[in-house]
Write a protein that binds this ligand. Structure first.
Ligand code: FES
Ligand code: FES
Length: 152
């Protein structure tokens, strides 16, 4: 049995230690906001926070998260998350939407650590999150907008 905290709730799962966290989140627990994209750590669709840091849940073993705190798109909260959510809506960032929960997880973590990021810092933080609809310009604009909302 492996125990961890998911979105502020204690969870225990009886899973093979080599099971990717993404499988547990989606298939065992049923939270489907975190997406499967490449399964190889290349697209960022599966991004969640592990003790506040963005990680690729397809590349994180369930045995590696024992006793740690995981946050998914369903559970993000706080000033940066609220600003990102508002900015995403106001700038109308998503197109098909598939990559967007991963984008939001990375963007929220960036703003929580760096409330006024430069373009270069945004590009660096968001580098591993691929968008096949190429919403990158709107993503960058929305992160700047969220940064302004946090200041207001
Ligand atoms: S599904 Fe995890 S990085 Fe693509
Ligand atoms: S909005 Fe379609 S993949 Fe990003």
């Amino acid at each position: 049995m492996i125990t961890f905290t998911l979105n502020n709730e204690k969870r225990s799962v009886d899973a093979d230690p080599d099971t990717p966290l993404l499988w547990v989140i989606r298939d065992e627990i049923g939270l489907t906001g975190t997406k499967f994209g490449c399964g190889a750590g290349l697209c960022g669709a599966c991004t969640v926070h592990l003790d506040g840091e963005p990680v690729r849940s397809c590349q994180t073993l369930i045995s590696d998260v024992a006793e740690l705190n995981i946050t998914t798109i369903e559970g993000i909260d706080g000033k940066a998350a609220k600003a990102i959510q508002t900015a995403w809506e106001e700038i109308e960032v998503p197109q098909c939407g598939y990559c967007q929960s991963g984008q939001i997880m990375s963007a929220t973590s960036l703003l929580a650590q760096n409330p006024k990021p430069s373009d270069a810092e945004i590009d660096e933080a968001m580098d591993g999150n691929v968008c096949r609809c190429a919403t990158y310009v709107r993503i960058r604009k929305a992160i700047h907008h969220a940064s302004d909302l946090m200041e207001a």
